[in-house]
Design a binder for this molecule. Structure first.
Ligand code: GDP
Length: 527
């Protein structure tokens, strides 16, 4: 298990995020955690609820450093995954929420896939345990079937039973988080580019009439201060501008944001989207800003590259990574559309599409252009993107090209549905592959009285088999293709012949092109 960053990283507050199927209680649990610990203040009559909040937890073993925990209320898998990709895996712990009365559902399974690809440490939180007639052991078994081995099932992933409704089990959950952090440490190296003082990850941005653009961020390294220079890259340009102001999660004006805390940056000149990374510097220098942005990309890519082996980590932690070779029966799709109405119409039509048990699985959908985050999401979930009457952002298109993500644009709904149908038809048709059986040198050619050619040869490798397909190859070119319809050794009909043996073969269609010196490759079609 990876603990290498433990010693250097005790400076940052642990970051915890949450995944699970809709209605399994993510919001309820987070509200319980938040309300038990934070006094939300009313500012201008609006509760400043943001997507990251920090709590203080009392019972923390030996380590006073970990007396605070920051929770990110991700608005779905998309955000979590962007944090993983763009932020260099900023979450230390991920809570997988499973409703006790409902078990594992499609989004739970997706969450599990995302958790496997991430190096955040998972904790399974079985929620709604206040309900009667529950079978928690069944959930544990279902988890095990999906390679999530919890304690008591041969693995060491903690499982905590809670009720978001009554609050039962929430203190134990916080203790478990604290303990896991104590054991595992915080992974994020928090390395900053030279002459940069802080880094933050954008969770969401809104346009505010009085304050301008306001970005909710989580600081992941160093400390960003009012008066410093905010540096970021956007659409190939580097921006540097004065850091005008911060607001804490409770809506108070603050002067700085330290690593591990969530807050808002006020008055940024661009509306930064989810997944953007901003840095701070004490110097107003455009060239330096460019260097910082470039170096930051490098650092985060290194973190990511280092983290490209989550499978190995996962196997180590969860005891084996058996490949389940089941045919994929679902086409994962992400739908972006020009309006809510058209989106609903598309989703309704797609719901009905079924080709021999093959159907679509809508990973995500929304109104608006195709952005980088859609492509990132598609990459992780192996989805295709269907764009209806919307544009594809240039950066997103470039990323899609390099990651081989398919984006299809349409302006007629039935064309979209038709194409999905075609893809499902292709998926449901068994694929044929060629399996090499052997090859032979053609040494002689005889022509029979009926015009058929007999290829006389000797097997060089493997075997030549009657009834199977073959190519006649000259140099790198296939000069003929057919099926071996007759195979003889001398006058005797044989089924197959092995390496070193001579044979006479007739292939159909008759191999008019074959010449002495060509090679005969025999192969089998496997579905
Ligand atoms: P989310 O979609 O995962 O954020 O789920 P919510 O937090 O919105 O919860 C979905 C529904 O489950 C709501 O009606 C909640 O009141 C209910 N719920 C959440 N936690 C519990 C629980 O512990 N027990 C019971 N009985 N209901 C719960």
């Amino acid at each position: 298990m990876k603990t290498s960053t433990k010693t250097q990283s005790n400076t940052r507050i642990p970051i915890i995020t949450i995944l699970g199927h809709v209605d399994h209680g993510k919001t309820t649990i987070l509200d319980k955690i938040r309300n038990a610990n934070v006094q939300l203040k009313e500012v201008g009559g609006i509760t400043q609820k943001i997507s990251a909040f920090t709590i203080e937890h009392e019972h923390f073993g030996d380590s006073k450093n970990f007396s605070k925990l920051t929770f990110i209320d991700t608005p779905g898998h998309e955000a979590f995954d962007l944090m993983r990709k763009r932020g260099g895996d900023i979450a230390d712990i991920v809570l997988l929420i499973v409703a006790a009365d409902d078990g594992l559902k499609p989004q739970t399974l997706e969450s599990i896939e995302i958790i496997k690809a991430s190096r955040a440490k998972p904790i399974v939180v079985v929620n709604k345990v206040d309900l009667p007639n529950l079978d928690i052991e069944k959930i544990k078994r279902e988890l095990a079937n999906n390679e999530i081995l919890v304690e008591g099932m041969g693995g060491d992933i903690p499982l905590v039973q809670v009720s978001g409704k009554t609050g039962k089990g929430i203190p134990e959950l916080l203790d478990t988080i604290a303990l896991l952090i104590d054991v595992e440490g915080i992974r994020n190296p928090d390395e900053l580019p030279d002459r940069s003082t802080g880094r933050a990850f954008v969770l969401e941005s809104v346009k505010d009439n009085s304050k301008g653009n306001v970005s909710t961020v989580i600081a992941t390294g160093g400390e960003l201060k009012v008066g410093d220079w905010l540096v970021y890259g956007l659409k190939g340009e580097t921006y540097i501008e004065k850091l005008k102001g911060f607001m804490s999660e409770t809506g108070e004006k603050i002067d700085s944001l330290k690593a591990g805390y969530g807050g808002k940056i006020i008055g940024v000149s661009n509306l930064l989207e989810l997944g953007a990374v901003v840095l701070s510097s004490e110097t107003n220098d455009k060239q330096l800003a460019k260097n910082i942005v470039t170096k930051d990309e490098e650092i985060r890519t290194e973190v990511e590259a280092e983290e490209e082996t989550p499978d190995a980590w996962f196997a180590e932690m969860f005891g084996g990574e058996e490949e389940v070779d089941e045919p994929v029966q679902k086409l994962n799709i992400i739908v972006k559309s020009s309006s809510e109405g058209s989106l609903q119409a598309i989703l309704k039509s797609l719901e009905k599409v079924d080709v021999d048990g093959f159907s679509v699985n809508v990973i995500d959908s929304g109104v608006g252009d195709v952005w980088m985050r859609d492509v990132e999401m598609a990459r992780v979930t192996k989805s295709i993107i269907l764009a209806f009457e919307v544009q594809v952002d240039n950066l997103a298109a470039a990323e899609a090209r390099s990651s081989k993500i398919l984006i299809r644009q349409y302006d007629i709904i039935y064309k979209l549905v038709d194409e999905v149908n075609d893809v499902l038809t292709a998926m449901s048709t068994p694929k044929e592959t060629e399996e090499d059986l052997g090859d032979a040198e053609i040494k002689e050619i005889f022509v029979l009285s009926d015009g058929k050619k007999v290829l006389g040869g000797r097997v060089s490798n493997g075997l030549i088999k009657r009834g199977e397909k073959c190519y006649v190859v000259r140099g790198d070119d296939i000069v003929a293709e057919g099926r071996i319809v007759s195979l003889k050794h001398g006058k005797e009909d044989i089924k197959e012949t092995q390496k070193g043996n001579d044979f006479g073969a007739i292939i159909e269609p008759t191999s008019a092109n074959a010449e002495v010196g060509d090679k005969l490759f025999c192969f089998k079609i496997v579905k």
